[in-house]
Design a protein around this ligand. Structure first.
Ligand SMILES: [Zn+2]
Length: 266
């Protein structure tokens, strides 16, 4: 039988009783950062929240899933050039993740899944996942409903030639589907960094990566072509994302290290 529940709606004794070593605790993380002239600052938080809610409403089969509230703030240093971006420093964010991980480890739960709504967090999440594994013995996982930015854009679609990765066609379409009242499509501008196609190795998501700010791509804050976004595209993308997400969590729920030698670790 599946259970998916809002962890913080429990009382403390209920949490101690109902959360078990087989439970999977989900931490959705967003970002508050510029998303061009047409999307709201909390776009990534909305996406993480929507994914978490969809999992609450329709849980993956056989997974004892408990969802934490969305952490809206994270590290968005690459967007600090624009007004409204609210970024935790890398050090602060890692400390927050350590604190939350320690708290999760104090439950009977062994598995923590970070649901990442902001591609720019990926490197820090990888550090945090390893630290939480070593420090508290948690099994830690990082899942991305929407791959973006540091991962490079989706290949061969949306007219972006794989070079759209922020406030782009895909992300804008998702918001048009999930929160149409928050999108001002008439303000959208296209800014596809086609010059990146001149490089075979160096690229966003390439085998040679580089340090960057969204301001390095121009003043619009957009990397991609949101003018092509449609709610229909968003609905299609969202359905595919949820299928993948549910399948990933089913796998996460049964993942373990068959021969771990970490002593004293759960
Ligand atoms: Zn975003």
């Amino acid at each position: 039988m599946s259970t998916t529940r809002n962890l913080v709606a429990l009382s403390a004794p209920e949490a101690a009783e109902l959360v078990s070593p087989d439970s999977l605790v989900l931490l959705p993380v967003g970002a508050i950062e510029q998303h061009g002239p047409h999307l709201p600052l909390d776009t990534d938080a909305l996406l993480a929240e929507a994914a978490a809610q969809a999992l609450l409403d329709d849980p993956p089969p056989g997974v004892d899933l408990w969802t934490l509230p969305t952490l809206a703030y994270s590290t968005s240093s690459e967007h600090l050039f624009a007004a409204g971006t609210m970024s935790l420093s890398e050090e602060t964010f890692l400390a927050v993740l350590d604190d939350l991980g320690r708290s999760v480890a104090a439950l009977p739960a062994r598995r923590l899944v970070i649901l990442n709504g902001h591609g720019g967090n990926t490197a820090l999440f990888r550090v945090a996942c390893r630290r939480l594994r070593l420090q508290y013995g948690l099994l830690t996982f990082l899942v991305h409903p929407v791959l973006s930015a540091d991962h490079g854009g989706p290949k061969g679609e949306d007219g972006e030639d794989g070079l759209g990765c922020h406030a782009n066609c895909g992300e804008t379409s998702l918001l048009l589907h999930l929160h149409p009242d928050r999108v001002h499509l008439e303000r959208a501008v296209s800014n596809v960094p086609r010059w990146l196609a001149d490089y075979d190795h160096v690229g966003l998501g390439g085998d040679v990566t580089f340090g960057w700010s969204a301001g390095d791509f121009g003043d619009s804050g957009v990397i991609g072509d949101p003018t092509r976004a449609t709610p229909e595209r968003g609905a299609e993308l969202w359905a595919a994302i949820l299928v993948e997400l549910r399948a990933a969590l089913v796998e996460v729920a049964r993942f373990d290290f068959p021969a771990s030698v970490l002593s004293g670790r759960r």
